[in-house]
Design a protein around this ligand. Sequence first.
Ligand SMILES: Cc1cc2nc3c(=O)[nH]c(=O)nc-3n(C[C@H](O)[C@H](O)[C@H](O)COP(=O)(O)OP(=O)(O)OC[C@H]3O[C@@H](n4cnc5c(N)ncnc54)[C@H](O)[C@@H]3O)c2cc1C
Length: 467
Amino acid sequence: MTPAERPALALLAELRAIVGPENVLVDPERLVPYGKDESDLGEFPPDVVVRPATAKEISRLLVLCGERGVPVTPSAARSGKSGGCLPVRGGVVLSVERMNRILEIRREDLVGRVEPGVVTGDYMKAVEAVGLFYPPDPASLAFCTIGGNVAENAGGPRALKYGVTRDYVLGLELVLPTGEILRTGKETIKGVAGFDLTALLVGSEGMLGVVTEITTQLLPLPREVQTALCLFPDTERASRAVSAVLAAGVLPRALELIDDVAIRASRVAKAPFNFPEGCGAALVAEVDGNLAEACARELERVGEICAREGALDVLLAQNEGQRRDLWETRRRVSVNLKSLHPMKISEDVAVPRSRIPELVAAVQAIGRKLGLEVACYGHAGDGNLHANVLYDRKEERPRVDEAVAELLRAAVAMGGTITGEHGVGLAKKELLGLEQSPELIALQRRIKALFDPKGILNPGKMFPGER
Ligand SMILES: Cc1cc2nc3c(=O)[nH]c(=O)nc-3n(C[C@H](O)[C@H](O)[C@H](O)COP(=O)(O)OP(=O)(O)OC[C@H]3O[C@@H](n4cnc5c(N)ncnc54)[C@H](O)[C@@H]3O)c2cc1C
């Protein structure tokens, strides 16, 4: 390829001058990993990877790319499931991997400040070491980044009680595609000056600006956490129990469903917890607080409700090791499903919580109709289910796509959303219209154009028809 065919290659000298030669990658082998994420949407190697260390460097390289019309795609840990970090039009991948410092943790203010490339789990551990708590806990926390979480407004099991990333972001530093460096938000819990641009930027999927610093609020670390596994004979009873627990006024910090197919996969893959014979579904329930007796009472209440809904057994984790095993078993479901079928599409629809049993039934009916195995697991307590369509051969893909479109339509018809946490990205851009009106999509296109008049930042995503 020549610089004429790939305009990014004509910028190498200038890019090297901005970030240093060692931080401009062009060797094809080193580019390959930056062209993939966890969406299974294929490989889109960029022309160049640039690894800046400061907002000023990012500003200079965005101005340069803007002048030459070269697309720039922000990239972090590439654990995204909607293809958000894939450089679909080639050009420059802007990796924030060197921007990985925890800048401060202020106990007295319950505030922390980080660079975007900090791994979420590392931030959690650092704040816990001083008695504080950063609740958003995507199952990918061991490797995803706070910047990626901000871009996708990531959630996790604890969203049920504590909310999602947006609820913890107080302020941002970002670089606009035009090169301006701005700060949004505040360091206080309250603050209503101007439009809430921080809220707009959280979940903007790397399309409005490059986030270079994040200020989060923190909470005091709960002193007690107790976890139970409720075993059910079938998925229907387990999903009904989710609604029953919430309707009873109990608010666990997590209530996660593992369905019959996920249990079968866990058995085949020898997950840490060995599900007993006869168990056809399970709920992981977790409560927290400062008093052991209060937590035990609340978990007991969850157990009673589950028993009333037909649970076979309720097992309490007796120590940290058992707790870890339960969560490991839950977190590995996504990967373990591949031990049943090598390929899968993982959807993350969300519905109003009372409709979880209906959603599970609809997903199963779609699977039966199209002759595909489907699995439902995940954050049932907050209405966000990972509905997975499993398959064995590429040739089955049209049928899989049909199943996916049907299940998204079913979720929207129940008052839900096509994506609860993974984002639209490349994966669902043609499906956004299932949920949003043409007028609303047009307004968002205008917002994008306002932030990014030349359309260089993460193009080809979110909106129908984008290439
Ligand atoms: C096993 C597994 C489990 C998962 N579990 C969950 C879960 O429970 N909940 C959940 O919400 N997600 C989950 N995910 C999805 C994924 O981990 C999240 O979407 C995560 O937030 C992505 O972070 P990342 O650092 O990998 O970002 P990337 O995938 O690298 O990028 C994601 C998006 O963010 C943009 N971006 C990255 N950095 C910046 C920046 N500094 N400024 C502007 N834009 C930026 C990119 O352009 C892209 O659009 C899971 C993924 C896997 C593989």
